[in-house]
Structure formats: structure tokens, C-alpha cells
Design a protein around this ligand. Structure first.
Ligand SMILES: [Zn+2]
Ligand SMILES: [Zn+2]
Length: 138
């Protein structure tokens, strides 16, 4: 596949992206270094807290969070806010109750979709001659 020219999402410089990278090589390298320093720092200081890592490594909490969500900072007692309610969590993107809520919402949506489908099926099956009442309001 041919390389594509694109703008680095970090510095804006145009570079040729061979594998769909979003960052130029030098930004990618800087990011890798930063991520590794976070991982090293956390490994050396397992009881550290988010603000400390930010201060010590210069990484933003977004970088740290991304590492956590990717499971690259495991075994650390690090907390970061749930994406939905802001409660402290230490893995994934949502706290347990929000995860359940989201699951229920998804379930609800698919239930509704199923109900709508069922109603449509029923609608097709019935050809009532006496045109009265329900559903003809509009
Ligand atoms: Zn760059
Ligand atoms: Zn939550």
C-alpha cells in the first residue's frame, strides 16, 4: 500500500503515513517515550496517584488514562473518573453501576426495536375492514 500524506495530529506537520499512523515519527517517538516513562514510573511507584504521575512524567491525564484503559498500567491502585458519572474507577471506562445502566439501556433499545418489529409484523398481518380508532389520529 502506498504511503499517504497527512497532518500529524500532534504537531500538524505533514508526514507520509504508511500504516495509517496519525502522528509523525518524531511525535510518535515522543509519545512512546512519554508512555514508557509513565509505565516505568508507575512500576517503580505502585502507590502513586494520578496528579503525581502528571507532575513527575509530564504526561497528561489523558495519556495515563489511555494507558489504563488499554490495560497497560495494571496492578496499580490508580483511580480515574467514570466517563458517565465521574465516580472513581480503576479499570475500563465506566464504573460498575454505569456499566450496568448502559447495558440495560442497550438492552432496552434492542427490546424496543424488537417490539417495533413485532408490531410491524402484526400490522402487516391484519387488514381490518372497519377503519376506526387507534393509530389513525394523525
Ligand atoms: Zn508531529
Ligand atoms: Zn459511573
Amino acid at each position: 500500500m502506498a504511503a499517504k500524506l497527512r497532518n500529524c495530529i500532534s504537531c500538524g506537520k505533514i508526514f507520509s503515513s504508511l500504516y495509517g499512523e496519525k502522528m509523525c515519527p518524531s511525535c510518535k517517538e515522543a509519545q512512546d517515550r512519554l508512555e514508557n516513562s509513565v509505565i516505568d514510573y508507575v512500576r517503580a511507584n505502585p502507590k502513586t496517584r494520578m496528579p503525581e504521575i502528571v507532575k513527575e512524567t509530564g504526561a497528561t491525564d489523558l495519556v495515563i488514562r489511555r494507558l489504563m484503559e488499554a490495560g497497560r498500567l495494571v496492578g496499580v491502585n490508580l483511580k480515574y473518573p467514570c466517563k458517565k458519572c465521574g465516580k472513581d474507577i480503576n479499570r475500563g471506562q465506566f464504573c460498575e453501576s454505569c456499566a450496568k445502566e448502559i447495558e440495560a439501556e442497550v438492552q432496552n433499545v434492542s427490546d424496543k426495536a424488537a417490539a417495533a418489529r413485532a408490531a410491524a409484523e402484526r400490522g402487516r398481518g391484519i387488514h381490518s375492514k372497519d377503519s376506526g380508532g387507534r393509530g389513525k389520529g394523525k
